[in-house]
Design a protein around this ligand. Structure first.
Ligand SMILES: Cc1cc2nc3c(=O)[nH]c(=O)nc-3n(C[C@H](O)[C@H](O)[C@H](O)COP(=O)(O)O)c2cc1C
Length: 226
């Protein structure tokens, strides 16, 4: 059976399925692309939020968020986020209390990588964020670039920036909250996910419903550099 047909069957049966390459893949619901907010309203409301409520994120909402981040938006297989030389080097890992899965934009599915909860490793010193229901981790596979002189790392950072900004804006449109973060325990995350030396951890986004705006965030906004 073809892999896509196999995954569709899994969705219809609402079960987890083991893909041919050994991981467990689950098809996501179709992303809802009808935003209730204009782009300019999302830009007006974008901000970094560092405290989240306990409310879980539904699979439907997660699917829409992942599609906005770097989903397929054309029949040719191209993505919502541009990438240098169309390397499509950015992968999105989804970490929650049940473990970590890898988003497959072509199949709109999640493949289990580990059952370990790595949110505390992603939060690192900002421990308060470890309770975010979901973290999205952006990883660039720089082996997809032919350059080996440092250019590949610049492209990786640039490409991650686009995906991160898509997440920032989609989060607002979906009524969620996030902050783009460089900070994470890279050694622990690399080990937990079995990443190779060419898979660079670029940014992570804790995502959840916003808690009451914290006084720290309020202070930060009012004291923002002009
Ligand atoms: C590349 C990058 C890395 C960041 N890393 C962190 C981080 O590790 N922790 C954090 O709390 N915020 C992080 N931020 C968020 C910034 O602190 C935040 O964007 C800035 O204070 C401006 O606030 P605003 O996003 O609400 O406009 C990062 C932002 C960017 C763009």
């Amino acid at each position: 059976m073809k892999k896509t047909a196999f995954l569709i069957l899994c969705t219809m049966m609402a079960v987890n399925c083991t893909a041919a390459d050994g991981g467990t893949s689950v098809k996501l619901p179709s992303p809802d692309k009808k935003a209730t907010m204009t782009l300019f309203e999302a830009l007006q409301n974008r901000r970094s939020v560092r405290e989240f409520s306990d409310k879980e994120i539904s699979r439907e909402t997660l699917s829409s968020l992942l599609w906005a981040a770097t989903g397929v938006n054309r029949e040719s297989g191209l993505l919502t986020a541009p990438t240098a030389v169309n390397a499509q080097d950015i992968s999105v890992y989804v970490a929650d209390k049940n473990g970590v899965s890898l988003y497959n934009p072509k199949e709109n599915s999640l493949k289990t990588i580990t059952k370990k909860d790595i949110r505390a490793d992603l939060a690192e010193r900002q421990k308060g964020m470890a309770n975010a229901p979901v973290f999205l981790l952006l990883v660039s596979d720089i082996s997809k670039f032919r350059w080996k002189d440092g250019t590949e790392k610049t492209f990786a950072a640039e490409d991650a920036g686009y995906v991160s900004q898509n997440i920032d804006l989609a989060v607002v449109a979906l009524g969620l909250a996030t902050v783009p973060r460089h900070m994470m325990d890279r050694d622990a995350v690399k080990k937990a996910l079995g990443l190779s030396d060419t898979q660079l951890m670029m940014l992570n986004h804790p995502v959840g419903y916003p808690a009451e705006e914290s006084s720290a965030d309020k202070k930060k906004e009012s004291g923002t550099k002009k």
